[in-house]
Design a protein around this ligand. Structure first.
Ligand SMILES: CSCC[C@H](NC=O)C(=O)O
Ligand SMILES: [Zn+2]
Ligand SMILES: [Zn+2]
Length: 408
């Protein structure tokens, strides 16, 4: 792939690079600059613009292109504006400069996750509008804060607001993940994050003695049980080529806390785990399993949840779902091969699906190494532009899906 010189750069690539330079980086994102950026886009494109402050300082910006039939539900194009932190010393270029190398790769935090998608939506809408199209269904683009830290001050609140219900979303697109092959990954469900802290209490004492019933021994038992479960799920994934990562339950031990001195046996120790529970798991039975591992370790071992998503939803990927039919038809017509999967991580799609709006997680990025949250996150401008072409085909199809039985 080759790139054009700076004088020939496609204006949407220039806009993408401008957006990448806005420092919406956690933990202190400049959300004000992002909101101003999208307000300006609305002005330039002649779109409606609404700002909904879901929590103090947390604004959802909604850009709207009205459809011709207001009786129909709308298409929601969602993207989050925040990005994850960087380890600057590991980057080849400043992650907030949006440097483009001689081959056309744009280096920046957010290049894949997911500032590309925001601008691809906007550019597709711009092109369709300029060409004079109108579609029956309204298209809303939502630009939301806080996704990277769980969406609790973003989409989780927004879906509960009257302004969200007023959008009357019938179907949503949100982020996916790049695919290194020629195919495109599309997510129809997500694993549920369960963040669990196990706290073990036991007898303290002098570090030189064989103290009985220590917090550490009991915590060790729980850790062993959970890591044995991890191994079992890993083997299940490894041994079945049809299973993708999102179809099994994963867990990682992510924190160990406790202790004050080498020679003091602590009375309390804790271990934190990041579970991602597959959508077909019996959640009640799984929670009982966690509890029983704690009980089996001895007295005084308890668990608490820092995150516990309980509403996994699956968006059907067959022709019973008219949105899927429209989406997959366009991909077929464009000769794009799709790999439908369950998202291993958690995105704002879970909040959208949980309020009954079917959603697909799709970032139109193929032939691209998966670099989200990684050093040297980058995207080739040609892949970015191809993604714009894809949305330019998808949006007319989605916004023209005929009235559903529930809409007539
Ligand atoms: C469970 S809230 C955290 C959400 C986060 N999303 C993107 O990386 C994730 O860790 O999946
Ligand atoms: Zn993301
Ligand atoms: Zn992310």
């Amino acid at each position: 792939m080759t790139s054009k010189g700076p004088e020939e750069e496609h204006p949407s690539v220039t806009l993408f690079r401008q957006y990448l330079r806005i420092r919406t980086v956690q933990p202190k994102p400049d959300y004000g600059a992002a909101v101003a950026f999208f307000e300006e886009r609305a002005r330039q494109l002649g779109l409606g613009c609404q700002k909904v402050e879901v929590a103090p300082g947390y604004v959802v910006t909604v850009l709207t292109w009205p459809g011709t039939n207001p009786a129909l539900s709308s298409i929601l194009l969602n993207s989050h504006t925040d990005v994850v932190p960087v380890f600057k010393e590991h980057w080849s270029h400043d992650p907030f400069e949006a440097f483009k190398d001689s081959e056309g790769y744009i280096y920046a935090r957010g290049a894949q996750d997911m500032k590309c998608v925001s601008i691809q939506y906007l550019e597709a809408v711009r092109r369709l509008k300029v060409e004079g199209h109108r579609f029956p269904r309204t298209i809303h683009m939502t630009f939301v804060p806080d996704e990277e830290v769980g969406g609790h001050q973003g989409m989780e609140l927004f879906v509960q607001r009257p302004e969200f219900h007023a959008l009357r979303a019938g179907f949503a697109l949100d982020e996916g993940i790049a695919n290194p092959t020629d195919a495109f990954t599309v997510f129809y469900s997500e694993r549920s994050p369960w963040w669990v802290r196990v706290t073990s209490t036991g007898r303290p004492g002098h570090g030189s003695l064989f103290i009985e019933d220590t917090a550490a021994e009991k915590l060790h038992k729980v850790v062993s049980s959970i890591l044995a479960f991890r191994e079992k799920e890993w083997q299940r994934l490894q041994s079945n080529p049809h299973l993708k990562e999102g179809a099994v339950t994963s867990v990682n031990l992510t924190k160990l806390e406790g202790g004050v001195a080498y020679n003091v046996v602590p009375a309390t120790m804790s271990a934190s785990f990041d579970f991602r529970v597959a959508p077909d798991v019996d959640f009640k039975a799984f929670e009982e399993q966690l509890q029983s591992w704690c009980q089996a370790a001895g007295e005084g071992v308890t668990l608490e949840f820092a995150q516990k998503w309980m509403h996994p939803q699956v968006t059907p990927t067959d022709d019973s779902n008219p949105w899927w039919a429209a989406f997959s038809r366009v991909c077929k017509d464009m000769n794009l091969s799709l790999e439908p999967e369950i998202m291993p991580a958690a995105t704002d799609s879970r909040f959208i699906r949980a309020v009954g709006v079917p959603a697909l997680g799709f970032s139109p990025l193929n032939r691209t190494p998966v670099l989200l949250h990684d050093h040297d996150e980058r995207l080739h401008e040609a892949v970015f532009l191809r993604g714009v072409d894809i949305y330019t085909r998808l949006l007319p199809a989605l916004a023209s899906v005929p009235a559903l039985p529930s809409e007539s």
